[in-house]
Design a protein around this ligand. Structure first.
Ligand code: NCD
Length: 310
């Protein structure tokens, strides 16, 4: 089976069949990752460049590991150590790299739409590793795999996204994916951090009361406040955010059920999530990170055009 797209720019462009294919392929790769030799030669002839114009820990390491475990040749590029500080454009940088015979580009960029722009101008397959406040498709896919593993399926499950919905590419990609796969989605957080017409535009429920929202859901995906993307004051202080929307053990203990706790990382302990919640048995934060490698292997493998997984 093949994906319906040549690039992975966003969940918006994927069909439910594409999403299921990536998730089932990721499950096969999880099996490879349990072996003592955690490697297959599927991408042995493929060269991939990881272009990171924005900081990253998990996503970058996860892509690099995924590429290595598929036997690809990889090159890493950080904006701060590159010629962009000498005035080179994104397109010139990428064209120079491609002239060295690179097949795929993994791009993280602070400008929304940067990977879409590149996809129009260069022949290589592009994977979006997070573009500004737009999408972060591999994060939504690894979140979906983690929910599926924990709850059996996505269909009919109630997923709550909490926090800075306005500036979160993780939120947008999750909303697209969960809606396409038949889950129910609710968002909660301060009204100033939730886009005004999100209910109509993206078909999600909005609940500003955090207790009611938590009581509704099966899974709560807690998001970081994206201070680096906010150019005006949208809430009074991180301490007040924690008092109003921070997820504490007390809040969770007050529910009449046990919900699953997720977070894409990096977590800010004591702001959006308290330590005893992040480290609790309800939390699957580290399973999400583990699943990231298999999901990225699946995406790279399917975009490179499918040889048997051996
Ligand atoms: C997220 C990102 O960069 O969008 N992190 C990640 O990729 N795991 C979320 C965030 O920065 O808060």
């Amino acid at each position: 089976m093949q994906l319906s797209t040549k690039h992975l720019l966003g969940i918006k462009d994927l069909t439910p069949t594409d999403i299921s294919l990536i998730l089932s392929t990721a499950t096969q790769f999880k099996e490879v990752l349990q072996r003592s030799v955690k490697k297959v030669p599927s991408l042995r002839d493929v060269t991939i460049v990881n272009l990171f114009y924005e900081n990253s820990t998990r996503t970058r390491i996860s892509f690099e590991l995924a590429e290595k475990r598929l036997g690809a040749d990889t090159i890493n590029f950080s904006a701060s150590a590159s010629s962009i500080t000498k005035g080179e454009t994104l397109l010139d940088t990428v064209n120079n790299i491609l002239s060295m015979k690179v097949d795929m580009v993994v791009l993280r960029h602070s400008a929304s739409g940067a990977p879409h722009f590149l996809a129009k101008h260069i022949p290589a397959a592009i994977i979006n590793a997070g573009d500004g406040i737009n999408e972060h498709p591999t994060q939504a896919l690894l979140d979906a795999l983690s929910i599926q593993e924990k709850l059996g399926s996505l269909e009919g499950k109630k997923i709550l996204l909490i926090g800075d919905i306005m500036h979160s590419r993780v939120a947008l990609s999750n909303i697209y994916l969960l809606n396409k796969m038949g889950a129910e989605v609710m968002v909660s957080g301060p009204p100033t951090l939730i886009p005004k017409y999100i209910k109509e535009a993206l078909h999600v429920q909005v609940e500003y009361n955090i207790k009611k929202a938590l009581q509704w859901c099966d899974v709560a995906n807690i998001l970081r406040i994206q201070l680096e993307r906010q150019n005006q004051v949208l809430f009074s202080s991180l301490r007040e955010y924690n008092l109003a929307y921070g997820i504490s053990k007390k809040l969770l203990d007050g529910l009449n059920k046990e919900i699953v706790i997720m977070h894409p990382g990096p977590i800010n302990r004591g702001v959006e999530i308290d330590s005893d919640v992040a480290d609790s048995h309800q939390s699957i934060i580290l399973q999400q990170v583990e699943n990231g490698v298999a999901v990225r292997m699946a995406a790279l493998y399917l975009l490179a055009g499918n040889k048997p997984i051996t």
